[in-house]
Write a protein that binds this ligand. Structure first.
Ligand SMILES: N=CN[C@@H](CCC(=O)O)C(=O)O
Length: 268
């Protein structure tokens, strides 16, 4: 039997934390095909599950253990681009966030590889996430998926200048009740020493857009954190900075507590 490609922790809170990009596992046959640049795994959402650990009692978490270079759990399984016409990375990325090749010459995954990775990684992760959303919605009548992400704050291939610290994505208000968006915004705007944006460069990836159906009681919101808020440097070895992280965790906890309090008042 093959090892599970996700980890789930079940709780009774109306909130579910999704972690599609913190996994660093790459099966040997796939790792062999990555070039030296790909093997850095630079586009990992480094330490994000550690950053959120213990912030909210009894929260459900679903975390992909595989790396996004195997297949990206936050991309449409049909291969549709998140941002048509703009630089971004795909379902099985050809490049990293800097636009540099990650596969050895002639070793980029083909259609058959992609189909196998959809079956073995993407589908099981989303089956687990969908099951947790259904379980939580059955308890509360509503479920709030908070998808946890991070990214380097300077990536000229993807965006100009420096990314704000907190990037909230709700696909322009479509994926959650406005009260959830507003509560999150209130916390981040009051967070001293941090800047923030709602639906800026990052508007919520496929996970947020796919599950966020407020009319059915399922709300989704994505938080993309600049890695400068919790890493020592945004470069190898991408080490966690506990002092920075502790400052940030205060605000992340406030966000989660605020949106949890809203849940009972949401339409179901
Ligand atoms: N750290 C990852 N970031 C997301 C951003 C997607 C989005 O906001 O639209 C990703 O690439 O999947």
């Amino acid at each position: 039997m093959s090892a599970p490609v996700f980890e789930t922790r079940q709780g009774t809170s109306p909130i579910i934390l999704g972690f599609p990009h913190t996994g660093t596992e790459v099966p040997p046959a796939i790792y062999d095909r990555l070039n030296d640049n790909g093997r850095i795994l630079a586009d990992t959402d480094w330490h994000i599950h550690q950053l959120y650990d213990g912030l909210l009692a009894d929260v459900t978490t679903v975390r992909a253990t595989f790396h996004r270079y195997v297949i990206d759990a936050n991309r449409d399984p049909a291969g549709v681009s998140l941002y048509p016409g703009q630089n971004t990375t795909g379902l099985v990325p050809q490049t990293d966030f800097d636009g540099k090749a990650i596969w050895k010459d002639g070793q980029a995954p083909d259609e058959a590889d992609i189909a196998a990775r959809l079956r073995d990684f993407h589908a099981p992760y989303h089956a687990a996430l969908a099951a947790e959303i259904e379980r939580v919605r059955a308890i509360h009548g509503v479920a709030i998926l908070y998808d946890c992400h991070s990214i380097r704050s300077h990536i000229p291939f993807l965006f100009d200048g420096k990314l704000p610290d907190f990037n909230i994505g709700t696909d322009m208000g479509k994926t959650c009740d406005s009260a959830i968006e507003q509560a999150t915004l209130t916390v981040v705007e009051a967070a001293e020493g941090y800047d923030s944006v709602l639906n800026g460069r990052f508007k919520g990836g496929w996970t947020t857009r796919h599950y966020g159906r407020p009319e059915t009681g399922v709300h989704a919101i994505q938080m993309e954190l600049a890695q400068s808020t919790h890493l020592q440097t945004e470069a190898v070895p991408f080490a966690y900075d506990a002092a920075k992280a502790d400052r940030l965790r205060v605000h992340l906890k406030d966000i989660l507590v605020s949106i949890e309090q809203i849940a009972p008042g949401l339409k179901r």
